[in-house]
Design a binder for this molecule. Structure first.
Ligand code: SF4
Length: 192
């Protein structure tokens, strides 16, 4: 029997093994520039923890303003700022439920498997990701960052699954609204 011509056999084999890669997608698509800044954030997790705490206090202080303007109305501009600032510093994916303060300032949404409660079993011996070999495992970095933080043991807290309906919304505003609500409830309970 005659061998199939190589030119005819190749496309069928490629389709069978799923070798097709959608355009713009590659296992190493995350820019190394992002790792660099992200790794800086992990190395400075203690400072960022302190800064974030002050920042959250300031946002809470501005609660009357957000309330007067309407949380819904300020959502778009605040989300824009949050996306850009956290995108630059942490390669934030805007999950809307930020856990950076519990993960050593290493965003778990950069894990290709998007694991929120620790690494998978595939971390390489050099501490890099099994899916993206050039990328340090976000959970290895999370542990390192958490060791520098005052409240670093929060990394032991079990995180809830991601609520996809909160994607692309502002964590800053949500946390502020929740803190303001808790504060008002505490004040009401005290008065009662
Ligand atoms: S945990 Fe969510 S909100 Fe926080 S940096 Fe990561 S993707 Fe952004």
């Amino acid at each position: 029997m005659a061998d199939p011509k190589p030119g005819n056999a190749a496309p069928a084999k490629k389709a069978a093994t799923g070798a097709y890669t959608p355009s713009g997608v590659s296992p190493n698509r995350r820019a190394r520039r992002s790792y660099t800044i992200r790794l800086w954030a992990v190395r400075h997790s203690r400072f960022l923890e302190w800064f974030y705490s002050r920042f959250a206090d300031m946002f809470l202080l501005l609660h009357p303003l957000w309330k007067a303007l309407g949380y819904n109305r300020v959502e778009t501009p605040i989300t824009f700022v949050e996306r850009n600032v956290k995108g630059l510093l942490f390669d934030c994916r805007m999950c809307g439920q930020c856990v950076l303060s519990s993960t050593g300032m290493s965003c778990p949404m950069n894990c290709p498997k998007q694991l929120r409660n620790g690494p998978c079993g595939g971390v390489r011996a050099n501490g890099n990701c099994e899916v993206e070999p050039d990328m340090p495992c976000v959970w290895v970095k999370a542990w390192e960052g958490s060791r520098n933080m005052v409240r670093g043991d929060a990394i032991m807290n079990v995180q809830k699954p991601v609520n996809q309906s909160l994607r692309e919304t502002s964590s800053w505003l949500r946390v502020t609204a929740q803190a303001a609500e808790a504060r008002e409830a505490a004040a009401a309970a005290k008065d009662a």
